[in-house]
Design a protein around this ligand. Sequence first.
Ligand code: SF4
Ligand code: SF4
Length: 142
Amino acid sequence: MWMTTSVKTHSPKNHRMRRPNRRILCQEAGMPRTTKPSTEAVHNRRQERIETRTRSEAWKKPPRRIESAECITCDSCVRSCPPEFGAIVDRGLQVVIVPELCSGCPKCVAVCPVDCIYVDEKSEPTGDDLWNLVVSNEHGAR
Ligand code: SF4
Ligand code: SF4
């Protein structure tokens, strides 16, 4: 019985199942599925989105938005947003999602203690003030 369990755990099939799904990884990073995204390539894609202020067309899910009237600014969502997206910005009294950087993945939704992150079907282009904050945070992170 013990031997059977051990063999199953280390079988090639189970090993394959634990590997990250490249299709999803590429789709979320806005890259062709045939490409294995390196950390640098993923970072560059985000930089492109910041420079062009454009959301990836490969992202099929709509972005998310934070309902500020319900948010308790705990910052859990900021920490949970994958660095390849880095879509959530803490403005001090307000935490906001930049829709052009949000893939809709939606990891932030799972950690929000008050369920105030909603699908944003009608997102508006992000204003200059917020883009300037995103850029200045980028420079501060270097
Ligand atoms: S859904 Fe949430 S975690 Fe995912 S990219 Fe958008 S803001 Fe980040
Ligand atoms: S996790 Fe929810 S409550 Fe906390 S800052 Fe984010 S949106 Fe606001």
